[in-house]
Write a protein that binds this ligand. Structure first.
Ligand SMILES: [Zn+2]
Length: 499
């Protein structure tokens, strides 16, 4: 027996087995029940969402003698006759390969002949946006004055390419992307039906790879069944997809999140050596950070939404705990926009590495945020100065004057020993820094005590006169006098001193 693809074999033959298009199914059923049937329909939506399937069910339902809840019964003579591939009353044409005016003419050539089996002749034109202008005009003429028994169903993935004159004569139905959950249910039903073993995570991965298209998901399911020999595992699906090993991908994501460009480049090299395609890698990384964002926002619900294997989920959870939302968003943006750029480039790996490095360093907006924060700090300082009596612009102070203010704050904090120890130390002021020069080992020891350094920084941060400058310790260690003096006097005589 010839192999029939799962998509064909499980193509819905009644409205109830159409998934994810309830709004359309309900409207069509109501029309059938009331007999209020249109002469021209246009079905639009992404491929694999059920346009042609619904068109075929509708074509048989309008002719069925004993419809069951709006769907064709499949048993009456009309249903039996119309399920034969080359019957005379359901006429299908693929405009992708038949788009000329002659093709349309030969299609509607016999429209004057009444239906042979049921009440209606139904014309289904797939990919109708491919018709030439002349072909559209010929079609339009027929749509303007169709015989009472003719119904046209036009299907397209690109509604914007359809002339307005055609659109205005059609009832329009928009097919939605099918939710992943419904696709997964369908796949589980089919796998159970044909006796395929599967992991739930594997089915979830197949369903989400379909990206809303039942056909794409079922084609992938087909490949996975053959590849995994009727036992579909998560790893097997990853291999069929050519997707990256979750552990390696996670490790790359972590290098990038940590800003470790070296590690990221090394990881990319190892993934590329394994033959990974960088376009896939980019979309995998974008998806990974999207999942991390899900975990950050949805908490424990994310586990059931994402339907990932436990170890993969645990790995992502760690990343979610580690990185902030803006960081994840920034990285996700870089890699999702990269997917588009890679399509038209011959230097894919270089582009990918450049993007990874860019992601490591964070995007420009975070730098802008930093700058904005600094400006607002300065503004606050100026406001504080004004309030404390400086009505004019703050006087320009030198480092020692600033230090006096910081020191008084330090004294209040109980660090008077520290202030007196630093009294004679050299200090400098730059635009953004307050520099304390550490002249000798003793002072260095004092500064090396973490609480002391912290106290100085805290005091400076709370001193408006420091104008938000960061405190920096600069080591200018000189040889201590008591060590150096005997040596110098030995050389130059006892009257020499060191200042
Ligand atoms: Zn029937």
């Amino acid at each position: 027996m010839a192999y029939t693809s799962l998509y064909r074999r499980y193509r819905p033959d009644a409205f109830d087995s159409v998934i994810g298009q309830d709004h359309i199914v309900r409207t069509l059923k109501n029309q059938l029940a009331s007999g209020n049937i249109g002469h021209a329909y246009i079905f639009t939506g992404t491929r694999g969402t059920g346009k042609t399937s619904v068109a075929k069910i509708f074509a048989r339902a309008v002719n069925c003698l004993h419809p069951v809840d709006g769907s064709p019964c499949g048993e009456c003579e009309c249903c039996k006759e119309l399920s034969r591939p080359n019957n005379f009353d359901i006429i299908e044409m693929d405009a992708a390969s038949n788009n000329s005016v002659d093709d349309i003419r030969s299609l509607i050539d016999k429209i004057g002949f009444a239906p042979t089996v049921g009440k209606y002749k139904v014309y289904i034109i797939d990919e109708v946006h491919m018709l030439s202008t002349a072909a559209f005009n010929a079609l339009l003429k027929t749509l303007e004055e169709p015989p009472a028994y003719a119904i046209f169903i036009l299907a397209t993935t690109e509604i914007h390419k359809i002339p307005a004159t055609i659109l205005s004569r059609c009832l329009r139905f928009d097919f939605r992307l099918v939710p992943t959950k419904l696709i997964a249910e369908r796949i589980r039903f089919i796998f159970d039906d044909i006796g395929v073993k599967y992991q739930n995570e594997a089915v979830a991965l197949i369903a989400s790879s379909g990206a809303g298209s039942v056909r794409d998901a079922l084609s992938l399911a087909d490949m996975c069944v053959s590849y995994c020999n009727f036992d579909v595992t998560y790893d097997g699906v990853l291999e069929v997809l050519g997707a990256s090993d979750p552990q390696k991908l996670r490790s790359l994501a972590e290098h990038i999140g940590d800003g470790d460009a070296d590690g990221a480049i090394r990881e990319i090299a190892s993934l590329c050596d394994l033959g990974k395609n960088v376009s896939l890698l980019a979309s995998d990384l974008a998806a990974l950070f999207r999942n991390v964002l899900y975990i950050k926002h949805c908490g424990d619900d994310a586990k059931s939404i994402l339907a990932l294997p436990d170890d993969v989920y645990a790995g992502l959870k760690e990343l979610a705990d580690k990185y902030e939302v803006p960081r994840c968003l920034g990285i996700m943006k870089i890699f999702s926009s990269l997917e588009g750029e890679l399509r038209y480039s011959s230097q894919r790996r270089i582009l990918f590495e450049a993007a990874a490095i860019k992601a490591c360093y964070g995007d420009e907006s975070s730098k802008a945020n930093e700058l904005a924060a600094r400006v607002s700090r300065l503004e606050k300082t100026v406001m504080a100065l004004r309030k404390s009596g400086f009505n004019q612009a703050p006087a320009i102070m030198d480092a020692k004057q600033v230090w006096i203010h910081i020191a008084s704050r330090l004294n209040q904090m109980g660090y008077s020993l520290l202030t007196s120890a630093l009294r004679d130390v050299k200090m400098e002021l730059t635009d953004s820094e307050f520099v304390i020069c550490v002249p000798d080992a003793a002072t260095k020891k004092l500064i090396d005590v973490a609480t002391n350094a912290e106290a100085i920084r805290a005091a400076a941060a709370n001193t408006p006169e420091a104008m938000g400058r960061a405190v920096i310790f600069k080591e200018e260690l000189q040889v201590a006098k008591d060590v150096a003096l005997p040596y110098v006097q030995d050389k130059f005589g006892p009257y020499v001193d060191i200042k």
